[in-house]
Design a protein around this ligand. Structure first.
Ligand SMILES: *[C@@H]1O[C@H](CO)[C@@H](O)[C@H](O)[C@H]1NC(C)=O
Ligand SMILES: *[C@@H]1O[C@H](CO)[C@@H](O)[C@H](O)[C@H]1NC(C)=O
Ligand SMILES: *[C@@H]1O[C@H](CO)[C@@H](O)[C@H](O)[C@H]1NC(C)=O
Ligand SMILES: *[C@@H]1O[C@H](CO)[C@@H](O)[C@H](O)[C@H]1NC(C)=O
Ligand SMILES: *[C@@H]1O[C@H](CO)[C@@H](O)[C@H](O)[C@H]1NC(C)=O
Length: 342
């Protein structure tokens, strides 16, 4: 089918090649899906094609793509469903939440609830999501299994349930991370026939000191109270809004005033804040003071125009900013100035 289409296009292309060149090439093929409308021999600017996924597959992204600026806007994807067999449910002592044991096909992004046979405890979460063909099934823990002793120790975390000498199979303990620590994994561990299921981890927070911020030429953006503190704590995964210190600007984008940094287990990566500097301006038909080789952000100069010339925009001062001298200092002739007014 695709080959035939290719051959036809090649033949017609040979005939039409003298015409206007098409704006876009053939739209991309996608796995587990096809183009259902808008297919042509050649494509012009703003042409659209529509995709559809095979039965059971779910489309993610835009259904329609557009030929724009000689390329196609990004094509959608078809995500696979999850299939669960009766045998899988039986082997894990699982039932569907309606109490039945039937084979299922679940679309990507959809969920399915589970329960266990009598005498078994279900591990959480009891509702599971299908993610592009993949779904982790919960487990059923036998309540007649071996007891567990010492519960697992979670560094920088606490057990919030009562401590016991022995725990029966199927019982659980709950954890909480200490302040500023972020939890990875489930907050529950089950006793499963003498062994504990995987305990969570408590991930280190980031502590950003005032010295570190000063060294990086950054400061907190509008959190006056916290700037009084010696350190700011940031949970793993969290973002903090910062800005460059006064007199500094973001090297990668001068017009951006604030930016985010993230705590992700590594040292925080800061963008470069560079000092705002201005060269002495060239003022034709005028002078300025103070005279220096170099000016810093916020420095102000006073401009005096030569006899017979007027300051251009009425401001006899200009400030060194990240965008250069503002307003741009210049002197224009009185005559010129009068003609403006006339
Ligand atoms: C398991 O623990 C429970 C409660 O802690 C206790 O009653 C029971 O005797 C224990 N079973 C065994 C086999 O040790
Ligand atoms: C454990 O997680 C559940 C749901 O995610 C929540 O309802 C419960 O409060 C949590 N327990 C603790 C001690 O944080
Ligand atoms: C419990 O853990 C031990 C050691 O890791 C292992 O040998 C044993 O098979 C486990 N028992 C069960 C019931 O999973
Ligand atoms: C700073 O903290 C004080 C008291 O701790 C509070 O009254 C004030 O509203 C806070 N200001 C800001 C900007 O958060
Ligand atoms: C620079 O920052 C401005 C303001 O945040 C933003 O509108 C612009 O898109 C940015 N430019 C680049 C090249 O990132």
């Amino acid at each position: 089918m695709t080959l035939l289409r290719f051959i036809i296009i090649q033949i017609l292309w040979a005939f039409c090649a003298k015409g206007q060149a098409p704006a876009c090439e053939e739209p991309p093929d996608i796995d587990f899906g096809e183009i259902v409308s808008g297919e042509k021999l050649d494509y012009r600017e703003s042409d659209k094609v529509q995709y559809k996924c095979n039965p059971g597959f779910s489309l993610t992204g835009p259904e329609l793509i557009t030929c724009s600026g000689k390329t196609w806007t990004p094509a959608p994807q078809c995500l696979a469903p999850c299939s669960i067999t009766k045998q899988q449910l039986e082997a894990k002592n699982l039932f569907l939440s309606n109490g039945r044991r039937l084979a299922q096909l679940i679309q990507s992004d959809h969920t399915l609830g589970f329960m266990c046979s009598e005498g078994y405890t279900l591990t959480i979460p009891s509702v599971r999501k299908c993610i592009n063909g993949h779904m982790d099934l919960p487990s059923c823990i036998s309540e007649t299994g071996k007891n567990c002793s010492h519960p697992p120790i979670v560094e920088n975390g606490d057990i919030t349930t009562f401590l016991e000498k022995e725990y029966t199979s199927g019982s659980f303990i709950e954890f909480k991370c200490q302040k500023f620590y972020a939890m990875e994994g489930q907050n529950i561990s089950f006793c499963n026939n003498g062994n504990w299921t995987k305990a969570p981890l408590c991930l280190e927070p980031c502590a950003i000191s005032v010295e570190e911020m000063e060294n990086q030429m950054v400061e907190l953006n509008g959190r006056a109270n916290e700037s009084m503190l010696q350190r700011v704590y940031l949970e793993h995964g969290d973002f903090l809004e910062l800005r460059c210190k006064h007199g500094y600007a973001l090297a990668t984008n001068l017009s951006q005033s604030t930016f985010m940094v993230q705590c992700n287990g590594n040292p925080i990566v800061y963008p470069e804040c560079k000092e705002i500097v201005c060269d002495p301006p060239g003022v034709v038909n005028g002078r300025f003071r103070p005279q220096r080789n170099m000016y810093r952000g916020g420095d102000v100069i006073i401009i005096t125009c030569d006899h017979g010339f007027l300051i251009h925009n009425g401001h006899n001062t200009a400030e060194c900013t990240k965008n250069g001298w503002l307003p741009p200092p210049s002197c224009s002739s009185k005559l010129h100035f009068m003609s403006y007014l006339a």
